[in-house]
Design a protein. Structure first.
Length: 195
């Protein structure tokens, strides 16, 4: 078990870190890219995990010289994702950390997903009632890589940012943790990376 004794609080990203839902999101983005004429670049879109969909659409517009309405693209992606037949599973490594430290540490989730979607996924896995705070894209004005998501989690769980550790699966999420003044432990393909 990873030693987190130096911390008082844990902040988990959700998609790709605590819950294995990145595959279905990439499927939805593939269909969205096709519908809006964006070239589908799986590696690029995976690297944006945790970035709200409207902000991802802005980046796609910028990258490909297009001018689609980001909110419209985000709505289409959300609609497409909801239609997919998917049942995301918990990621064993991070779920074990959650279970090990839940009795003694404050735990929050900071995600780039919309609140309704995040609540639904966390509820499905019996985690929503067991966390101390949830901050979603709906709850912040500046998504990742800004540190606002993680800082808000720290505030809600009552733990100083420097006493929180973040679990993340993307470099943008790691950057958000740095901006929040928090240490970050990376999760790659469902495995916690040793520091």
């Amino acid at each position: 078990m990873v030693d987190l004794s130096a911390y008082d609080g844990i902040v988990f990203d959700m998609d790709g870190t605590l819950i294995d839902s990145m595959g279905s999101h990439l499927q939805a983005w593939e269909q969205t890219c096709l519908a809006f004429g964006y070239p589908f670049d799986e590696a690029f879109l995976h690297s944006l995990g945790g970035v709200p969909s409207a902000a991802t659409a802005e980046l796609l517009n910028e990258k490909h010289g297009l001018a689609h309405n980001p909110e419209e693209v985000a709505r289409y992606k959300q609609y497409t994702w909801l239609k997919l037949d998917h049942t995301p599973t918990l990621i064993a490594d991070t779920a074990a950390v959650f279970e090990h430290y839940r009795p003694t540490m404050k735990i929050g989730v900071g995600t780039g997903a919309e609140r309704r979607q995040a609540e639904s996924l966390l509820e499905h896995h019996g985690l929503l009632s067991r966390i101390d705070a949830l901050v979603s894209a709906t709850d912040v004005s500046r998504g990742k890589p800004d540190g606002e998501t993680f800082l808000k989690v720290a505030e809600l769980i009552g733990v100083a940012p420097e006493k929180c550790v973040v679990f993340e699966d993307t470099s943008i999420g790691a950057e958000a943790a740095r901006h929040a003044g928090m240490d970050c432990i990376m999760v790659h393909n469902g495995k916690i990376q040793q520091r």
